[in-house]
Ligand binder design. Sequence first.
Ligand code: HEM
Ligand code: HEM
Length: 196
Amino acid sequence: MRKEDGLEVSLRAIPQVEVQRYSAGMQALHWVMALLMFTVLPLAWAMVEMPRSLPGRDTYFTLHKSVGITILVLAAVRLILRAMRPVPPEPPGMPRWMAIAAVASHWLLYAVLFAMPISGYVLTAAGPGSTSYFGLFDLPHLPQSRDLSGVGRSVHLTLQWAVYALIALHVLAAAYHVVVRRDGLLERELPPQRLT
Ligand code: HEM
Ligand code: HEM
């Protein structure tokens, strides 16, 4: 070891708290799904503002629906993986109310990750026209029903506010853990970092 490696020595002297992480597959799914959520929402905001006559409007709708269905499939995969392996225990020293709030908000996030695509699917599949998945194949139709499509639309449009609130809470909570508590919570969703 070189003389100037004093930094390395002192870093090694710091007792390392073992971070309990989600598996690499779970981590990858988390970040891909987060990216897709940050894609599906701006697509929705843009597409609903477009005049019907605008060329390319349909492409925005197809992309919104296809990304939304992808989120549904990935959410199901993540839940299956989650059931197969124990979830890492919460960081030490977390107050009980915070641990309960974290678990509750995660299950609410899962709920909207299912309810949003399913209501979006019902809204379109029970209505006229077909829904293509990235132009590869058409999603199956439901029996045509204005009422069913209307229920899907109401659920979809109302639940969007829960999505915004939950994502805002989730990201703020993650920032609070990083900046204020510094308890390694974000590391649970990241691969191990090398200090040297
Ligand atoms: C996680 C998945 C999804 C999220 C977060 C999401 C979010 C949204 C939001 C926020 C809007 C309303 C935009 C606005 O009015 O400002 C919207 C509209 C819409 N979404 Fe989704 N969506 C998702 C999945 C889907 C899927 C899978 C489909 C269909 C297969 C779909 C079909 C639609 C349609 C047709 C509209 C326009 C509704 C209207 O104004 O009549 N969405 N979506
Ligand atoms: C910048 C954005 C984001 C950050 C920094 C972030 C950070 C985190 C962290 C640190 C955890 C682990 C929490 C713990 O173990 O107690 C987590 C879990 C989770 N995140 Fe995110 N997240 C982000 C975006 C999102 C988005 C957009 C969604 C979906 C709407 C999402 C859904 C989830 C879910 C469902 C869990 C629970 C995982 C489980 O236990 O199965 N996250 N996130």
